[in-house]
Write a protein that binds this ligand. Sequence first.
Ligand code: PFF
Length: 455
Amino acid sequence: MNQHSQQLEKPPELERGTTERFSSKGFIVAAIGSAVGLGNMWKFPYITGENGGAAFFLVFIICLLLVGLPVLMAELTVGRGGRGSASGSLVRLSGKPFWGRFGFITIVGAFAILSFYSVVAGWTIHYAVLSFSGQLFHDADYAARFGEFIGGWWPVLWQAIVMLLTGFVVAKGIASGIERFNKILIPAMVVLLVVLMIRGVTLEGASEGVAFFLRPDFSSLTPQAFLIALGHAFFSLSLGMGTMLTYGAYVDRRQSLGAATFAIGLGDLLYALLAGLIIFPTTFAFGIAPDQGPGLLFVALPAAFDAMPLGSLFAGLFFVIVAIAAVTSAVSLLEVPVTYLIERKRWSRVKAATIVTISCLAVGFPSAVSVGGTLPGLEWQGKTFFDWVDFITSNIVLPVGGLVVTLFVGYAWKRAADEAGLTGWWLRIWLAALRYVAPILIVLIFLHSSGLLKL
Ligand code: PFF
């Protein structure tokens, strides 16, 4: 076979990169759908309340501007320039497999995050169903109920439902699957958020919750708070996992990546603000301590909703919001390995989505049954299987993935500025952030979150 016919046999994905495209609005909505997720809903309000309220919020905004947005822009630029997966784009742009190997780590990371993220997403759907059917409010011991639920088998079923839905959306493709799904659900979610926010802040005694969330307390602003804000800026914008890079591969050439970056950052921030304005007023109005992590969503909030008129309706709507936020993020995580397999193995989208969905369920099973102790023994050094996957992906893979893209665009890829469409001051600021500020801060996040640096 001569070279010419060999080339003809190669599918377009390998020659020119991906050919599917988002519409310009569709891309922004899908990227906001990825960024807005469980992280905004239970982690952000809590860490804000704990670390100085409005003072922390300010630090978070600074972290978004200094590190989050430049890295987000870098991921989108690499994706659009390379028109391939989180690994393939790096190889295509650099001509060196070396970069692709690092990119591959993020693909495995996205798959691993999805394997436990889908478990928690499943919990939110279960709680939405319980709320609407009025069954959430039969007894007052919400902590015991939650423990019983995650210690049983229901989470396995809900995780499967989440994964099947996620797989279905991804299998339908970029424009008619991911874009359409987000375009329907994200506006619906915003409407529900506003309804619940109004409900929350008009409750009697709500002002105390608003104060806890937003009163600036500069004395709680420790160096640790700064690193927490940085780490969260990363997780919240879905960086370091190849997600935004992969979505970037499907963005039209004419779209302004700078404007898109700001829109995504703003969307994520506003959502976090609204989530806090629901969670704190609602819990404080009924004298319930805003708990940390899963406890906040599944124990403190049900107790608060229980105490309000039409509680089951509002609780149901609340869990629908969280479920939408979680599933739209899950979709973006699944797209990362799917894009890779389409490119690398030349599989059809349907085949890639099916195989990754099933594999993710298999890998996610030990997470689903370890976190609540359904199956004993899935623990090591005081952490469950679920905790380990969360710990390794969020604290190790994520900063490493972020660093790779940052260094690649900052130092290795000479044509980055052309693809990004930046000139003048914007370009200088962007490159300075990627060359100096972001790498140092990412290394600090890594040392801190992996436990190597104690403050
Ligand atoms: N940004 C999502 C959240 O805040 O919940 C989580 C996430 C999605 C992280 C996708 C990383 C990722 F690649």
